[in-house]
Design a binder for this molecule. Structure first.
Ligand SMILES: C[S@@+](CC[C@H](N)C(=O)[O-])C[C@H]1O[C@@H](n2cnc3c(N)ncnc32)[C@H](O)[C@@H]1O
Length: 473
């Protein structure tokens, strides 16, 4: 394992008269170990591991594909491996299991010829575990290679008619409780429960998300960003520019903070809140109550600038508040960042004209960007978070003046984190729920409303939710 080998950057080594292990596969393995063994986030740790291994271009791309794909497909890979290992998978030590997953992923999903997939993975096993483990990996992967993906699915997945959740859970590699939660949410939105629709969503979770930039108003125009090579207009947001590839951090406007990396769904959430009608009262004080790391705050400050509004951005932790300060660094207009727990906020009741509560959530709408997170979350997170979401929403409604608007957003479509939280606030009284759809005329397929729901498989955005509540009393 990576830890046994001391550090992640060790180059492939010769063992006796054997070929060296392929550095691309070793790097992918190191990413898996950092994620599975050390609890790292793949999107944060992978760039460092690949750079330490001296990988760039196509090699870095392939290592990322291997690592991300293996993490996402862990559920199905483990179901197949369980059928090929003659003891319970729980008894296979995890580093070795990661090698097996890496090999099985190449065999079943990448169409790597078996001799290459098995041979190269055995070299990784030899490097990290020695000869006996290499033989074990060789034997198991040969068994995996005896069938193709469809045959394995037939062999290991429950029948789709008898057990649609279990079937999709294995085939699309999501924990069963997440399949159920996404199905419930999507069904309530379409009004027609359909496992085929749910499968489309799960398929989208298994694909890589594209990179979108935001042109921050008051700092740079979209047209200027579109002059950069490899860019094209976004699909929905007037501030969005799609990037074909390459590292966004190398672009001048991103380095200066005039542009940022931001999914269109997040842009639309900020935009809808900024467009909501706050009546004849003032529109000069905006609050982003749980703002870290500051993506939406950086857009809001630009949107507020057009009306002379000032933004207060807070986050519970100092570290996250500092990230917000970094995102707002050199932004024009009035803004202030504070470390503050939104549930016991230090500002006076009714201080703000618009409040964004982009609540802490399970992130079930952004699974495509965080390949490991589906395996880390559990149903108990939902219960814990929905209590916090309720407390924060009550505080947000107290923070806004009568006639002002609160935007309650999550990057999870889970009903318990979205409509259930907002329904309770509406039932408690003193608020009017606004229809978000007319505020975003540029976006197709917004369903029955009144809340906004964006879906990866329909809108191509992250799975975002937004309810707008006007305080009436
Ligand atoms: C979904 S993130 C916000 C993302 C942000 N709007 C953006 O676009 O970059 C939720 C944030 O809520 C913060 N948070 C959690 N509990 C909080 C609380 N009680 N008060 C304030 N912030 C809190 C977390 O630290 C996290 O930064």
């Amino acid at each position: 394992m990576a830890g046994d080998r001391g550090h992640h950057s060790r180059p492939a080594q010769w063992r006796g008269d054997r070929r060296p292990a392929d550095p691309v596969r070793v790097a992918a393995y190191d990413v898996l170990r950092a994620v599975e063994g050390d609890g790292a986030y793949a999107n944060l740790v992978a760039p460092r591991i690949l750079a330490d291994a001296g990988l760039s271009g196509r090699d870095a791309g392939f290592a990322t594909t291997l690592a991300y794909g293996t993490l996402r497909r862990r559920g199905l890979l483990d179901a197949v491996l369980a059928a090929c290992v003659d003891r319970p998978l729980a008894e296979v030590d995890v580093p070795l299991l990661d090698v097996l997953r890496l090999g099985a992923y190449q065999l079943l999903f990448l169409g790597t010829p078996p001799h290459a997939a098995v041979g190269e993975t055995v070299q990784v096993a030899r490097l990290v575990g020695g000869e006996s483990r290499a033989r074990f990996v060789n034997a198991v992967l040969r068994r995996v290679g005896e069938r193709d993906l469809d045959d394995w699915v037939d062999a290991v997945a429950p029948d789709p008619q008898a057990d649609p959740v279990g079937h999709l859970s294995v085939v699309q590699s999501h924990p069963a409780w997440i399949v159920e939660a996404l199905h419930d949410s999507l069904s309530s939105w379409t009004g027609e429960p359909s496992w085929a629709d749910t499968e489309d969503l799960l398929v989208a979770d298994n694909e890589n998300a594209s990179v979108t930039l935001v042109a921050r108003p008051g700092r740079i125009d979209v047209d200027e960003l579109l002059d950069l090579p490899g860019t094209s207009p976004g699909r929905w947001s007037p501030y969005a520019v799609a990037l074909d590839g390459g590292a966004p951090s190398s672009l001048g406007p991103v380095r200066s903070g005039a542009a940022g990396v931001q999914d269109e769904g997040s842009q639309l959430v900020a935009l809808a809140l900024a467009r909501a009608d706050v009546g004849d009262g003032p529109d000069s004080r905006w609050l982003d109550m749980a703002a870290g790391p500051g993506g939406k705050a950086a857009l809001l400050v630009g949107l507020g600038l057009e009306r002379g509004a000032a933004l207060l951005a807070g986050d519970r932790t100092h570290h996250r508040a500092q990230l917000v300060a970094g995102a707002l660094r050199s932004a024009p207009g009035h803004h202030l960042v504070v470390t503050a727990d939104g549930t016991s906020a230090p500002w006076r009741e009714g201080s703000f004209d618009r409040v964004l509560l982009d609540a802490p959530c399970t992130g079930l709408g952004v699974l495509r960007r965080r390949p490991e997170s589906r395996w880390r979350r559990s149903p108990s997170d939902v219960a814990e978070l929905s209590a916090l979401q309720r407390a924060l929403l009550s505080a947000a409604l107290r923070s806004v003046r009568i006639g002002g608007v609160v935007g309650y957003a999550t990057c999870s479509p889970h009903l318990a984190e979205t409509t259930a939280v907002v329904d309770d606030a509406v039932r408690a009284g003193g608020v009017e729920r606004l229809d978000v759809r007319p505020l975003l005329p540029e976006v197709d397929d917004l369903g029955e409303g009144p809340d906004l729901r964006l879906w990866p498989h329909i809108h191509g955005t992250d799975g975002m939710y937004l309810a707008l509540l006007r305080r009436t009393g």
